[in-house]
Design a protein around this ligand. Structure first.
Ligand SMILES: Cc1cc2nc3c(=O)[nH]c(=O)nc-3n(C[C@H](O)[C@H](O)[C@H](O)COP(=O)(O)O)c2cc1C
Length: 195
């Protein structure tokens, strides 16, 4: 994904909803190359997201600064309130800043060595939600980074993850509101259970 000048579109951290063949809505945190007409993202081959997209090539991609929802979508299986999407058979999360409904156009193996696939998807509808974005927040970014570390616990090892979480916790202590604190607590509980 790139603009007319050939610069890549930024990778935006989103929450992607897909629907399983059993009708269950799955929420997953996912980095998405954010174009106006097309999005690209790279689900790992073992994810429900990819399984759902192969069975039913439609999704809703949400922008949110609700870091608790994001962290839960990265490390767990949240079920936030949703309503039916307009143009695809999918689910729109109610409390987000914005969303795009997309139809998959191509699924190919990823160009890197990682066991993931590249999904290209065409934007067919878009909307804004009930949660206007508040802007930059160090505690939110810290919680996002913390969730990445937690998701790599097996490769990084518990010592390294706890050290990095300690550094990020300082930012949360300085700048968080309740939602950011809850997100960081969720990450710490996830790591404590598995370390
Ligand atoms: C910041 C961040 C970015 C992520 N980006 C991706 C991604 O691009 N692809 C992916 O498969 N998982 C990504 N994850 C992990 C997924 O959110 C997590 O594995 C989730 O459970 C998806 O699996 P599911 O589809 O089985 O629910 C990311 C996690 C975080 C914290």
């Amino acid at each position: 994904m790139s603009n007319d000048a050939g610069d890549p579109a930024p990778l935006i951290e989103t929450v992607v909803t897909t629907t399983g063949s059993d009708g269950v809505v799955n929420c997953a945190a996912m980095g998405v190359r954010w174009g106006e007409e097309e999005l690209a993202f790279w689900p790992f081959n073992a994810t429900r997201t990819l399984r759902n997209l192969r069975a039913h090539g439609e999704a809703v991609v949400h922008l949110t600064d609700d870091v608790l929802l994001f962290v839960q979508a990265a490390l767990g299986h949240p079920h936030p309130p949703t309503r039916p999407a307009n143009r695809v058979a999918g689910a729109v999360i109610e409390e987000v800043s914005a969303w795009r409904e997309v139809v998959v156009t191509e699924i190919t193996p990823s160009a890197d060595e990682l066991p993931r696939s590249r999904v290209r998807a065409r934007v067919v509808a878009a909307g804004t939600g009930t949660r206007p974005p508040l802007g930059l927040c160090r505690a939110r970014h810290a919680a996002v980074e913390a969730s990445i570390l937690a998701s790599r616990l097996r490769w990084l090892g518990a010592d390294r993850v706890w050290t990095e979480l300690g550094r990020l916790q300082e930012l949360v202590d300085k700048t968080a509101g309740p939602r950011e604190r809850a997100a960081m607590d969720y990450v710490r509980a996830y790591v404590a259970e598995r370390a």
